[in-house]
Design a protein around this ligand. Structure first.
Ligand code: NAD
Ligand code: TYD
Length: 361
């Protein structure tokens, strides 16, 4: 089947990462009438084994490309006759952004501009029948005190190189809407968790360390608060916004599940101990309070009433239940974790995948 026989050809960037792989699988499964092109550079965070179940689907294609390369992106638009973009590719970890801010500017800012330029040029004669969806973060709004929540009208106040780069990319997406009438939509989402999350982020890092009885590094006093969202709920929100969101609008997505880091780590210890039949309380002894993250944002919390009212979306997963499912997934997929720890996952493209690039679309 030729790509132009599909109703839409959606370019999903960052589809080999944590959230992107869930989005790609959902669209490929739910929409056989849509062709999904996953464009991902396969940085340390990209893992094609996340996508095993759909890699031979007739409505799926993979392009190993760098969004910082405008020519490469333009070629993808031409080759697949791209009708829509869901943009998730990014450098995504705050701690890495503190170590190496430049990478975040080049991928998150310049990479986004390249995608915007390619879309503007390719869609110039039929602008209104397309959509450019930017998946962003609540961290653009800065840090909250003990009370209050971020709404869509909260002023931007990014405080880490990561959030500053995402804020910048949000501004550019809006600028392309106002200046060139590019049809856009943006969502700003709270912290996600669930299967396939790279074990540098709090929840999978702690699960991996508890599993291997390694120390559990809690930054500062562990009093920082995050609003946790089940990744499947994020995917359903993205799907809803992609099809029903209003042109030019922003939607906040949150889990209604605020928790202090130390409480979350204690809960994870309890869940893993019980799943592994370890004596209750044994893993908590591994907790170590370590030097705080520089510029550590105290609290994030989302007011998701707009998406509830306008698009009838609400999160469905209870946090404790979601954490149990997540822990079970990591315990049943130790091979996935081990391949990350030993670097083997980065060979997946060579071993299983490069042949597909020989196929003609
Ligand atoms: P991730 O780090 O797991 O995945 C990022 C993906 O982007 C990887 O597959 C990587 O290979 C790819 N990538 C990186 N640089 C690239 C480049 N130059 N060209 C092409 N591909 C490149 O990230 P994630 O946690 O899945 O987050 C996805 C998006 O959602 C990001 O834009 C992030 O800002 C946003 N977001 C994440 C969260 C969260 O809790 N994880 C919350 C809100 C918003
Ligand atoms: P993280 O998963 O890196 O997400 P973000 O910084 O984007 O919110 O961190 C979540 C919270 O957990 C944050 O307050 C920092 C804290 N944290 C630790 O205490 N220890 C760790 O090892 C990590 C990775 C994070």
């Amino acid at each position: 089947m030729k790509v132009d026989q599909f109703n839409k050809r959606i370019l999903i960037t960052g589809g080999a990462g944590f959230i992107g792989s869930h989005v790609v699988k959902y669209f490929v499964h739910q929409h056989p009438e849509i062709f999904v092109v996953n464009c991902d550079l396969l940085t340390y965070a990209g893992n094609l084994s996340n996508l095993k179940e759909i890699e031979t689907a007739p409505n799926y294609g993979f392009e190993k490309q760098d969004i910082r390369d405008l020519n490469a992106i333009q070629t993808v638009f031409n080759q697949y006759k791209i009708t829509d973009v869901i943009h998730l590719a990014a450098e995504s970890h705050v701690d890495r952004s503190i170590e190496s801010p430049t990478d975040f500017i080049s991928t998150n800012v310049l990479g986004t501009v390249n995608l915007l330029l390619a879309a503007k040029e390719y869609w110039k004669n039929s602008m209104n029948s397309h959509r450019f969806y930017h998946v962003s973060t609540d961290e653009v709004y800065g840090s909250l005190g003990e009370t209050g929540k971020f709404t869509e009208t909260t002023s931007y106040d990014p405080r880490s190189p990561y959030s500053a780069s995402k804020a910048s990319s949000d501004h550019l997406v809006r600028a392309f809407h106002h200046t060139y009438q590019l049809p856009i939509v943006i969502s700003n989402c709270s912290n996600n968790y669930g299967p396939y999350q790279f074990p540098e982020k709090l929840i999978p890092l702690m699960i991996n360390n508890i599993l291997h009885q390694k120390e559990l590094p809690v930054y500062g006093q562990g009093l920082n608060v995050r609003d946790w969202l089940w990744v499947g709920d994020h995917v359903s929100a993205i799907h809803r916004i992609f099809f029903n969101g209003q042109d030019g609008e922003t939607y906040n997505i949150g889990g209604n599940c605020e928790m202090k880091n130390i409480d979350l780590v204690n809960l994870l210890c309890q869940i893993v101990d019980s799943a592994l039949n370890r004596p209750d309380g044994s893993s908590k002894q591994l907790i170590r309070y370590v030097k705080d993250r520089a510029g550590h944002d105290l609290r994030y919390a989302i007011d998701a009433s707009k998406i509830k009212e306008k698009l009838s979306w609400e999160p469905s997963m209870d946090l404790e239940q979601g954490l149990k499912i997540t822990v079970d997934w990591y315990l049943q997929n130790t091979e996935w974790l081990n391949q990350i720890v030993n670097g083997e996952y980065q060979n997946y493209y060579q071993r299983h995948y490069s042949k597909r690039n020989e196929l003609q679309y």
